[in-house]
Design a protein around this ligand. Structure first.
Ligand SMILES: NC(=O)c1ccc[n+]([C@@H]2O[C@H](COP(=O)([O-])OP(=O)(O)OC[C@H]3O[C@@H](n4cnc5c(N)ncnc54)[C@H](OP(=O)(O)O)[C@@H]3O)[C@@H](O)[C@H]2O)c1
Length: 317
């Protein structure tokens, strides 16, 4: 009955663990960093079995899959660093997990993919996620994939980064790329619910489920809502991507917890909305909006927390 969650100390991973535990499911949590696991998973004590490993390690994966009936695979990187490339982690790492799951005869496999992922798209991150999903789909596994738009929730990186930047930029705030990029922010609680429901819902086998929030929002609207959530005001100044790129390249190279990456800037060119929404159409759920109390968590950020995060990449939440 054990469910293996890969990337279990990550944002999506630890929220999936939380929902599985709430539903009384036995969980094996695969993590890479034990310090992060203590922060994110320590509260479960012996209730959750935490195992350390890297998805490049095929032998370790084989051991981790002993006695496992289902896998929720969340590991991926959105920024390449050192030897950790999209190809090694997102694509080859998924191949390793899929192969190990097939060998172990697991009954269900949920792959956390990404809205826009495609093996033919000219953006390396989305391409690696698309290739990974193609490998999952070609396997013998009884798989389901979820393709969320940008996910919001207390530990998110994307929306909290905007909040952190607001604390560091009094008076004016950059309207990145003119604020035209489109997203359909989806709550981590809805994403986790859809993942956990899929495990027990055979009608989702062989499907790629697109998950979005209730409304498409431009980046300008998102930035406005983040600033409102912090009960403050800023004057927007347009910041074209071409102007930002050199500064982002420097930040990415020198800051361990760089708030932005060049690949993130690239992704602004790809609409991240979900005209078809499986939260509504498959799961009959009412998606949580990116507004009001649902984004009050952004207030947990501060200038000192922002500096600590950017300079050390510490797990601050
Ligand atoms: N966040 C979003 O808005 C969003 C939207 C759509 C789809 N997704 C998808 O959701 C999944 C999870 O994303 P997330 O936001 O939760 O990211 P995250 O917080 O960075 O979690 C990913 C986890 O994977 C782990 N990891 C990275 N490389 C590894 C390796 N070589 N071996 C073992 N573990 C490794 C990381 O470990 P460390 O903690 O040690 O770095 C991290 O805990 C990804 O597949 C992503 O594509 C996310």
């Amino acid at each position: 009955m054990t469910i293996l969650v890969t990337g279990a100390a990550g944002f999506v991973g630890n929220n999936v663990v939380e929902m599985l535990v709430k539903k009384g499911k036995p969980v094996r949590a695969m993590v890479r960093n034990m310090d992060k696991a203590k922060v994110r998973l320590g509260k479960y004590g012996a209730q959750v079995e935490v195992v350390q490993g890297d998805i490049a390690d095929r032998a370790a994966l084989k051991d981790m899959l002993r006695g496992v009936t289902a896998v929720v695979h969340t590991v991926a990187i959105s920024m390449e660093k050192g030897g950790q490339t999209y190809d090694k982690v997102n694509y080859q790492g998924t191949i390793n997990v899929v192969d190990a799951a097939e060998d172990a005869g697991v009954a269900r496999f949920i792959n956390v993919s990404q809205n826009g992922a495609s093996s033919t798209i000219p953006y390396a991150f989305l391409r690696s996620k698309g290739k990974a999903q193609e490998y999952v789909a070609a396997s013998k596994l009884r798989w389901t994939a979820v393709r969320p738009s940008a996910i919001f929730g207390p530990q998110d990186e994307f929306f909290n980064t905007f909040a952190r930047l607001v604390h560091l930029t009094p008076i004016v705030f950059p309207l990145i790329g003119g604020g035209k990029a489109e997203f359909q922010p989806v709550s981590i609680f809805d994403v986790s619910e859809a993942i956990v429901r899929s495990l027990d819902d055979d009608s989702t086998i062989g499907k790629e489920l697109v998950l979005g929030g209730p409304e498409p929002l431009t980046l300008a609207e998102i930035e406005k809502r983040v600033i409102q959530a912090l009960n403050t005001h800023r004057t927007f100044i347009p910041a074209p991507v071409a102007l930002l790129r050199p500064a982002v390249m420097v930040m990415q190279a020198v800051l361990p917890g760089s708030p932005v990456s060049t690949s993130l800037l690239d992704l602004l060119a790809v609409p991240n909305t979900t005209p078809h929404n499986d939260l509504v159409e498959t799961f009959n759920m009412q998606p949580i909006p990116f507004s009001g109390d649902h984004i009050a968590y952004l207030r947990n950020t501060s200038a000192s927390e922002a500096i600590r995060k950017f300079l050390t990449n510490a797990t601050v939440n």
